[in-house]
Design a protein around this ligand. Structure first.
Ligand SMILES: [Zn+2]
Length: 211
């Protein structure tokens, strides 16, 4: 009996540790936070836990990457609802680092153009641009009819600045050829602030003061 109890409790401990280890893989999450998430889930209602299981399960079933803006979206395999919306302003394209930054810009309710998700920023340590969708961005430019302005909407930190310089350099010849300007967000955003966590008013003023 004691033997059996031990094996059951080991099993429980293992699944707790496994979940903690999984949460630790999330960006910015340390062991203590991961443990708090798991403690929360242990106390949560079975209904809530089921919701998590369902939502995670459906991520692999019904989420696709939009071939135009590169963001992940739930829907069919084609363009996302934003890219296929003809009401949006074809003159404007915002290049953002991540899906989360795209969502923040969209939440601000001021930007009505199209988006392109670069997939990250250049790391200062490695200065590597691999993994960033720079060539896809460049390739997509000639297909963007009516484009007048590309807004580089990166986080207000050194990585964001370096990325903006690099992307601007790459875009410059195309800007000449296709007659559009390249701007960056104004400093409504305080230095170091992540777009993702900025409030809509701050994003609006950063957009309004772009240059
Ligand atoms: Zn899209």
């Amino acid at each position: 009996m004691a033997e059996r109890e031990r094996s059951i409790s080991t099993g429980v401990a293992d699944s707790i540790e496994r979940l903690v280890a999984l949460f630790e893989r999330f960006p910015g999450i340390g062991q203590r936070q991961a443990q708090r998430f798991v403690q929360f889930l242990l106390r949560a209602s079975p209904t809530l836990r089921r919701e998590f299981i369902d939502a995670l399960g459906s991520l692999s079933d019904s989420v696709y990457q939009c071939p135009s803006c590169m963001r992940f979206h739930a829907g069919d395999k084609k363009k996302c609802s934003m890219c296929s919306n003809p009401e949006r302003d074809t003159k404007l394209l915002a290049v953002v680092a991540s899906d989360a930054d795209l969502a923040a810009l969209e939440r601000s309710g001021t930007f009505r153009g199209y988006y392109f998700v670069l997939g990250g920023t250049i790391s200062l340590a490695s200065e590597k641009t691999s993994g960033l969708r720079i060539s896809q961005l460049l390739k997509s430019i000639p297909e963007r009819r009516g484009l007048k302005e590309v807004i580089l909407a990166f986080p207000a930190n050194p990585e964001g600045d370096v990325t903006a310089v690099h992307v601007r350099e790459k875009l410059a010849p195309l800007a000449k050829e296709h007659d559009f300007i390249i701007t960056t967000l104004g400093r409504g955003l305080s230095t170091g602030s992540e777009l993702e966590y900025a409030d809509p008013e701050t994003i609006k003023s950063a957009l309004d003061s772009r240059r």
